[in-house]
Design a protein around this ligand. Structure first.
Ligand code: CTP
Ligand code: ZN
Length: 142
């Protein structure tokens, strides 16, 4: 496996489903980070075949709602002084606001502009969210 050095401080997003690193990179707007960001794609993982991994070598304010919605199963490692000091498992957010779109073409939200459109998690297994206006079930990125 290619060797990418450990970081001194920052965040390592690990166990990203292969192919999803770019989506996460864009959603978190990592192009705006002025410190080193390393994206590794299709690296070998003992547990999951191939995986992606992102290292952000700076203090970065993670948007847990966006991240949890896109990649609920990743591991977030916080590194300080060259050591991992915290490891967080994400979960699907119970509620999202202003991130998702309703897939029902007749939903009021697709006819008029609505502000801070809210969805609530309806089924954690299928990752379906319920629209606050029409109760339709929608998955992120569907
Ligand atoms: N890491 C890093 N820099 C550090 C420490 C860790 O880049 N100073 C990275 C490692 O390369 C690894 C991830 O953070 O990709 C988690 O590291 P580690 O604490 O060694 O945990 P692992 O046992 O590899 O992973 P896990 O416990 O999640 O199975
Ligand atoms: Zn709707």
């Amino acid at each position: 496996m290619i060797n990418v050095s450990k970081i001194k401080k920052g965040i390592v997003l690990d166990h990203i489903e292969a192919g999803k690193a770019k989506i996460i990179y864009n959603a978190l707007k990592l192009d705006r980070v002025k410190d080193p960001v390393v994206v590794m794609q299709s690296i070998q993982s003992t547990g999951m075949g191939k995986k992606d991994l992102i290292k952000i070598e700076t203090d970065f304010e993670l948007d847990y709602t966006v991240l949890g919605l896109i990649a609920p199963h990743i591991t977030v490692n916080f590194v300080e002084g060259g050591e991992r000091v915290k490891k967080v498992r994400l979960e699907l957010p119970k509620e999202v606001e202003g991130i998702m779109k309703c897939k029902n073409p007749r939903c009021i939200s697709n006819i008029e502009k609505v502000k801070d459109h809210k969805f609530t998690l309806a089924n954690a297994e299928t990752e379906e969210y319920k629209c606050e206006y029409c109760d339709s079930l929608t998955k992120y990125n569907e």
